[in-house]
Design a protein. Structure first.
Length: 261
């Protein structure tokens, strides 16, 4: 595996106050990138930046709001690498009873937000003739999980958005790919395990609680390593691809093994 160095590159990581986003910011900073982290809480971002070091800078923004995204990119300056890791899971509920406002908010954060950040990042990338965008999706984009209609629809839309953008900008040096991080030990998993049986279903709830009990959740550093690999020279030809960490071939590229659940 070729060591990935990112000196001279500026990376913006969304959803970086915790979980996969935070781990990714740490990995990219250690690889030499100038890293900017964003989420809605400036105090949390300041803490993350201080803990990671390496000159990491935090800029708060609600990425579902066009004006705040524009202000973020104005403050950040030109971005060479964009990692869209921000996400919310709620509402976890059957379509028949799902909260309408939460359902729409889910799409705002998980799909509209990445559209806005991609749109803001692309002018510089296209002018420079080089750029990398990695969108963090999920296996439930396949639509196989009941009670996750908003999250699944948003992630499916994000994967389609990725493929469309890859066709639009790939020949101009900007590559756009998706990472499916597997089931990761994050605050979102805590939220899932706390969902009521009435809304999520007993079988689903027991399955997700068992992942924690059996110790089969991945640490956030694993998908962060995969994201770093996507930015490496080894992955230069990838564009419009969906890379699942539990795919044996993908896992082997970063020295991991698939987890059987």
């Amino acid at each position: 595996m070729i060591e990935t160095r990112l000196e001279g590159r500026t990376a913006l990581v969304t959803g970086a106050s915790r979980g996969i986003g935070r781990a990714t910011a740490d990995v990219l900073a250690r690889a030499g990138a100038r890293v900017i982290v964003t989420a809605r809480d400036q105090a949390q971002l300041d803490t993350v930046a201080a803990e990671i070091g390496h000159g990491v800078r935090g800029i708060a923004a609600d990425l579902s709001r066009p004006g705040e995204v524009d202000a973020l990119f104005e403050a950040a300056g030109p971005v060479d690498i964009l990692i869209n890791g921000a996400g919310v899971i709620q509402p976890i509920a059957p379509v028949a009873v799902a909260d309408r406002e939460l359902w729409w908010r889910n799409l705002e954060v998980n799909l509209y937000g990445p559209f806005l950040t991609c749109q803001a990042a692309l002018p510089h990338m296209l002018e420079a003739g080089w750029g990398r965008i990695v969108n963090v999706s999920a296996g439930v984009a396949s639509g196989r999980m009941a009670s996750w209609s908003a999250y699944s629809a948003a992630k499916a839309g994000l994967e389609t958005l990725t493929k469309v953008m890859a066709r639009e900008v790939g020949e101009r040096g900007v590559h756009v790919n998706v990472v499916r991080p597997g089931i990761v030990d994050t605050a979102m998993q805590v939220e899932i395990r706390g969902t009521s049986e009435e809304l999520f279903g007993r079988e689903n709830l027991e399955r997700y609680r068992s992942y924690k009990e059996r110790g089969v959740l991945r640490p956030a550093e694993h998908p962060a390593r995969l994201i770093l690999w996507v930015l490496s020279p080894e992955a230069d030809e990838l564009n419009g691809e969906i890379l699942a960490i539990d795919d044996p071939e993908t896992a082997a590229k970063i020295g991991l093994t698939p987890i059987a659940r």
